[in-house]
Design a protein around this ligand. Structure first.
Ligand SMILES: Cc1cc2nc3c(=O)[nH]c(=O)nc-3n(C[C@H](O)[C@H](O)[C@H](O)COP(=O)(O)OP(=O)(O)OC[C@H]3O[C@@H](n4cnc5c(N)ncnc54)[C@H](O)[C@@H]3O)c2cc1C
Length: 442
């Protein structure tokens, strides 16, 4: 028997739509695809498989959205970190173009999905600003914008004056506005995805950790506390919460923490003076600072936090200070306008791991000997985290084909806007294994 960990108190937990019932699994099942992890990756994959008539079953240790999916910044940002030209140079014209189309198309895909299933998650598509506060970053962002414009994307480069209008602050020298970006309530979206997946025919079981995974004849056998699942194929979608279910996968992942501070609802006048048209904004810099004003006029700002679970509001002091700085620049608002409640924080995504670079102490365990160990047992990850941090695979989603005949996939490391979890693995798990080169995209 296991006991579900409750969602820690947070703004999102307090304000999300009610969860759909996802009872623990208590009878043995045989399915085509078993999915371990009930975040965006697992739920979206289940939904898209079910839409294609494939029997899919999600095993979630806690409840859908309990992980990063229910606790992130809520930004839906198009694109990849690196410039389109760089991606084509690294991956070749054809694969590079597909990566660009795919990643810049993710927000439209997500917002279409939300409309199609009428998911109540406060979704808006008011654009993403990628903003620079120093000359070097501004020049780099302008270059990115030009490359996007050349490819016909709905993007424009904004100067300091235009940004003052859009953000109420003098802080930014330049920014790229991509009108496909937006925001949503992350936990409501995760719960909506669970509801949609179930309505499409998928099974979703909360409080059901996968305890062991092994081959059993032609199928995979997954043990859970009360029942056994047999599956033709398995997707591991456990992100920063990856345990020893597939030990070689765990060795490629370093969980990191990140934090967000939220204000009490601001007055209309103050909220309008910060971001009247309600885009989301992230800064280009060593520490990624990102913020948005939600539908209730709260300013939510994320940035660096302590590398552990948050226990008190003091733990998000940096985010609070950044909030104050932004607000002061806009309106001179006082600190007491801030809600002294930490937004909930959690183990971060693999992309956050990549961003952490060599600074995270745990990255030491991702050094070469580990990778050799992975290679030797024949279940090599295609893009281990250490290579993502440094090499050309830094562009890619974190995908592992853990089993040589493609019947186990592991996916993670993308943003909440990604359609990857839905379109990618669903197709891959249904059809036969793609050519080798394509697997890098998984
Ligand atoms: C602070 C923060 C802010 C972020 N902000 C943004 C943002 O603004 N925009 C954006 O696009 N992205 C953002 N991200 C990234 C985004 O949240 C993640 O990339 C995304 O949610 C990953 O989804 P997932 O389904 O792969 O993993 P998760 O949502 O983490 O789900 C993994 C699940 O696996 C379950 N699990 C683990 N082991 C087992 C097991 N053995 N059996 C059963 N279940 C198991 C866990 O309980 C968990 O629910 C942010 C991330 C963080 C941490």
């Amino acid at each position: 028997m296991t006991t579900r960990l409750p969602l820690p108190p947070s703004l999102y937990a307090d304000t999300a739509v009610a969860p759909v019932a996802t009872p623990p699994l208590d009878v043995d099942k045989t399915v085509s695809v078993a999915i371990v992890g009930g975040g965006y990756t697992g739920l979206s994959t289940a939904l898209h498989l079910a839409e294609q008539g494939v029997e899919a079953l999600v095993l979630e240790a806690q409840e859908p959205g309990w992980g990063a999916s229910g606790n992130n910044g809520g930004h839906t940002n198009p694109g990849l970190k690196h410039d389109p030209d760089q991606i084509e140079a690294d991956f070749g014209a054809e694969l590079g173009r597909r990566m660009i189309d795919f990643s810049y198309g993710t927000t439209n895909f997500t917002h279409d999905l939300i409309r199609r299933y009428q998911i109540p998650c406060e979704a808006r598509q008011n654009g993403t600003l990628r903003a620079a506060y120093n000359e070097a970053s501004a020049a780099a962002i302008e270059k990115t914008a030009q490359q996007c414009i050349r490819r016909g994307m709905p993007v424009q480069y904004l100067n300091r004056e235009q940004l003052r209008e859009m953000t109420g602050t003098e802080r930014y020298i330049g920014a790229m506005l991509d009108t496909r970006g937006g925001d949503l309530h992350p936990l409501s979206y995760a719960r909506g995805l669970a509801r949609a997946a179930i309505s499409a025919g998928a099974k979703v079981h909360g409080e059901t950790p996968a305890l062991s995974l092994r081959r059993d004849g032609a199928r995979w056998r997954i043990e859970t506390p009360r029942a056994v699942v047999h599956a033709d194929k398995v997707l591991l979608a456990t992100n920063g919460f990856t345990d020893d279910l597939w030990p070689a996968l765990r060795r490629t992942i370093v969980p990191v923490f990140s934090s967000i501070a939220a204000t009490a609802p601001l007055s209309d006048a103050v909220a309008r003076s910060i971001m009247p048209t309600r885009p989301v904004l992230y800064e280009s810099g060593h520490i990624t600072v990102y913020y948005r004003i939600d539908q209730h006029n709260r300013l939510l700002m994320g940035g660096r936090g302590p590398m552990r679970w948050i226990k008190s509001p003091n733990d998000v002091a940096l985010s609070h200070a950044l909030c104050r700085a932004a607000m002061a620049a806009a309106q001179g608002c006082r600190l007491d306008a801030w809600l002294e409640q930490p937004a909930r924080h959690h183990q971060g995504s693999l992309s956050a791991c990549a961003r952490a670079g060599g600074k995270h102490p745990d990255l030491a365990r991702l050094q070469r000997p580990r990778r050799r160990a992975l290679d030797r047992d024949g279940r090599a990850a295609r893009a281990p985290a250490d290579r993502r941090c440094q090499g050309r695979d830094r562009h890619a989603r974190h995908g592992h084909q853990a089993d040589p005949d493609a019947r186990i996939l592991a996916l993670g490391g993308y943003d909440c806007c990604d359609r990857g979890p839905g379109a990618g693995p669903a197709g891959r798990l249904k059809k036969k294994a793609p050519p080798r080169q394509e697997r890098r995209l998984a």
